[in-house]
Design a binder for this molecule. Structure first.
Ligand code: NAD
Length: 499
């Protein structure tokens, strides 16, 4: 029988919820060495939420030492592949079994509808851990061609200690994209979640140990970027940083790697993805893709379709369809409301930044078609309605900067050449899409858009088998798919000579 979730249901679940805000190091919860904490303010109503350990260099040192000890002992990497697989599959099952709890933690931290947290974020997190768990006993090494008197093994070996630094927009999903392949490959991890969204990460780590992951293989240190993230990225005993976040901080991470031990880095950064609609496209399908692609998760999505490039002849028709669909289907409401499709922005400072960007955009001449206003302020939370600006040019700030709010910039074009030039006129290269019935044109476009993912007549479709990541200043390295394993490993050649 399908369960019915009401606002009262989630309110009473909240009453019984334990908010664990301490680090998780060596298999146990620990307060910060300094004893300091910080308070997370809930985006849905502006009330104080969890108290979190305020991690600093001392806590990072302890977590890295714990990860290193687990790695060197071989307690995980040398375990039978079948055993490792069973543990990761058990972990995935525990995530599913604790789905409602994890969904609540995620929603309290980030303000997205709790049903989205449950049906999307928890599900994809568990699926991600399962995907990499299943891979563990299916990965083979190589034997290189040699003469008859030698045998050369080419082994794929784990790097050692991975520092994972993650953002707040899809915390559980992105944690799984990093933890799944890093741990499946045999590494130990120190995870530093965003200061806005630590609760699900702490719980994921304790569930991993409950599933049988040896203590020390996965550690979580909470805290601010400068205080906890930076010492992790500068640490001399960390072999790699897997980072997802802004391009600005991604550049710092590269610098920290260079200043310390030349550790590897993989960077999943920002985006300003173009969605191109030609006049021959199915405009209903395009309107739906644009609205969900840009407004889902309140626009706090790295690959959101924030730049709509639309052939001038159909601009008005398409914008009218986007407005109608947004108003009928994308309900903005308190995250516990079952009807809510989108909820609050991450924090007040971010909401104010988005509102300031909108004001600057209007001064530059962007014309508001609808929405993009602060709403539900009586809740105490941080909500902005989905909105569209039209008749824009690609040099306006709303078309160039990543807004990370529910704001669409619509830019008209006349020819295919112009559309392609505008699509690629950005520092980012995370994703893009083209809507047309002309398949030759669709394929020309998908080849020529400089982005890690290009969709044809759809948006935001993917599965774990497809790599995800960026070109240009959207970063490098790929999450998801079998290829994600590669970045957490290196090749080791073992040459044996006979006679
Ligand atoms: P952010 O860069 O501000 O923070 C990301 C993480 O880095 C956080 O854990 C933060 O504490 C940490 N950090 C901040 N300063 C640091 C420093 N000096 N040293 C080390 N760590 C530091 O990003 P955010 O605001 O959390 O997330 C939004 C950004 O993430 C957007 O730009 C978005 O596009 C990007 N993002 C990209 C992807 C992708 O897959 N490409 C996915 C999600 C989000």
């Amino acid at each position: 029988m399908t369960k019915t979730y009401t606002r009262d249901y989630w309110n009473s679940a909240l009453d019984g919820l334990k908010l664990e805000g301490r680090h998780f190091i060596g298999g146990e919860h620990r307060t910060a060495a300094s004893g300091e904490t910080f308070t997370r303010i809930r985006p849905m109503d502006g009330k104080p939420g969890a108290e979190l350990a305020r991690g600093t260099t001392v806590d990072i040192d302890a977590a890295v030492a714990s990860a290193r000890a687990a790695f060197e002992s071989g307690v995980w990497r040398k375990k039978e592949p079948l055993e490792k697989k069973k543990i990761m599959l058990r972990w995935a099952e525990l995530i599913r079994a604790h789905g409602e709890e994890l969904a609540m933690l995620e929603t309290l931290d980030v303000g997205k509808p709790v049903l989205a947290s449950l049906n999307v974020d928890v599900r994809l997190c568990a699926d991600g851990i399962q995907y990499y768990g299943e891979m563990i006993d299916k990965l083979y090494d190589e034997i290189a061609p040699t003469g008859p008197n030698a045998r050369a093994l080419v082994r794929k070996v784990p790097l050692g200690v991975i520092g994972a630094i993650t953002p707040w927009n899809y915390p559980m999903i992105i944690d799984a994209w990093k933890l799944g392949p890093a741990i499946a490959a045999g590494n130990s991890v120190v995870l530093k979640p965003a200061e806005q969204s630590s609760l699900s990460a702490i719980r994921l780590a304790s569930l991993a140990v409950e599933a049988g992951l040896p203590a020390g293989v996965l550690n979580v240190v909470t805290g601010y970027g400068e205080e906890a993230g930076k010492p992790l990225a500068l640490h001399m005993d960390v072999d790699m940083i897997a980072f997802t976040g802004s391009t600005e901080v991604g550049k710092l991470i590269m610098g920290y790697a260079a200043q310390s031990n030349v550790k590897r880095v993989a960077l999943e950064l920002g985006g300003k993805s173009p969605l191109v609609v030609f006049e021959d496209a199915d405009l209903d399908a395009a309107a739906s893709a644009v609205a969900w692609g840009c407004f889902y998760n309140s626009g706090e999505t790295c690959h959101a379709s924030t730049r709509l490039l639309v052939q001038r002849s159909v601009q008005d028709k398409l914008i009218a369809k986007i407005e109608a669909l947004t108003k009928s289907d994308i309900a903005l409401a308190h995250p516990f409301e079952p009807s809510a499709q989108i909820g609050a922005l991450i924090e007040e400072a971010h909401m104010q930044k988005v509102l300031r960007m909108i004001a600057v955009g209007e001064k530059e001449g962007a014309r508001r078609a609808f929405g993009a206003e602060q709403v539900l302020s009586e809740t105490g939370g941080y909500y902005i309605s989905p909105g569209v600006f039209v008749d824009m040019t690609n040099d306006m700030s709303l078309a160039r900067q990543e807004i990370f709010g529910p704001v669409l910039a619509a830019i008209p074009f006349d020819t295919e050449e112009e559309a392609l030039r505008l699509a690629n006129d950005t520092i980012y290269g995370l994703a893009g899409a083209v809507f047309t019935k002309d398949m030759d044109r669709a394929h020309r476009f998908s080849e020529e858009i400089h982005a890690g993912t290009v969709w044809i007549n759809t948006y935001d479709m993917s599965n774990f088998a497809t790599p995800f990541g960026g070109f240009k200043q959207s970063g490098f390295g790929r999450d998801r798919s079998v290829h994600a394993i590669d970045k957490y490993c290196d090749y080791k050649t073992i040459w044996q000579q006979f006679g």
